[in-house]
Design a protein around this ligand. Sequence first.
Ligand code: H2U
Ligand code: ZN
Length: 348
Amino acid sequence: MAFSLSDHPHRRYNPLTGEWVLVSPHRTKRPWQGQVETPPAETRPEYDPNCYLCPNNARANGERNPNYSGTYVFTNDFPALLPDTPEGIYAPHPLLRAESERGTARVICFSPRHDLTLAEMQPSAIRLVVDEWCRQYEELAALPNISYVLIFENRGAMMGASNPHPHGQVWASEHLPQQILLEDASQRAYWQTHGRSLLADYLEVELQLGERLIHLNAHFAVLVPFWAVWPFETLLISRRHVSAMTDLSHAERDALAEALHALTVRYDNLFRTSFPYSAGFHVRPTQAGDWTHWHFHAHFYPPLLRSATVRKFLVGYEMLGTPQRDITPEQAAERLRSLPSVHYKSAL
Ligand code: H2U
Ligand code: ZN
């Protein structure tokens, strides 16, 4: 019997991080049990007087939001990083090592409308968020002691988002975050060996094979990466090799908004629910250096597995050994690709 990716247990390599994932496709041959229950449609008001992100409302520290109309950004009232932390090192023994970390954190409201999500916003409105992300990247990069600006979104209570009002965060830090260090090393090594971007070459293969592709427009591709850990994990890659969102042309920014719309609509349609995820943009560091090997991309890590309520946990073998998945990335891509491109709520 010949080895087959769709039948036999195997491990797959993640060239961005150097990590492996165990794939057990034979287990999905079990009869499909989870009937997809449709949870009651959540209805939210356009304005919630108790929401700390809605226009004109007071936040936890008593400060009041302005009557904003597009995006609105403020410094996180409970930031994980502070700009004025005294510099210092604690290292009484080589095995005990700590370093001060300076930085800042901001909250980015995507819209004044309490009832929307990225999936329910039009591409033209998402485009304003793209422009805001670019402004934040430039502003924070210009602050002293900042090496990295990470823009991300925790979406949904399941991912720990504290509020359904459409918002994301941006953290700027003095050192490169862990995932960035891993991806930096891999992309740099690939660039030095091949003189090409790792993700440009990866995308070329994926466009040829087509089996993991979900959405493609003139400037962006969205796919389930070959090495995905989360059942419906996706990777968004710019088709041109740029290393930051701020390098994108106007047309490319429009295309990014369109791709984000297309992906999040499909996500919501999968279980007819407001689909939870953690997502973020990986771009070149902001500190001086040669970062041409960086290829602009975004990761979406959704926790859901079989329905709006059944989630995957990384536990047991996965926590102590290697992450594992049953449904193959190809099956996940096939399911996402075959969903309607119109949001289920607007089709009601
Ligand atoms: P999350 O939903 O991803 O947790 O982001 C919300 C952030 O908003 C969270 O980091 C901040 C929290 O610290 N926050 C404020 O800055 N002001 C508030 O009044 C409440 C919450
Ligand atoms: Zn609100």
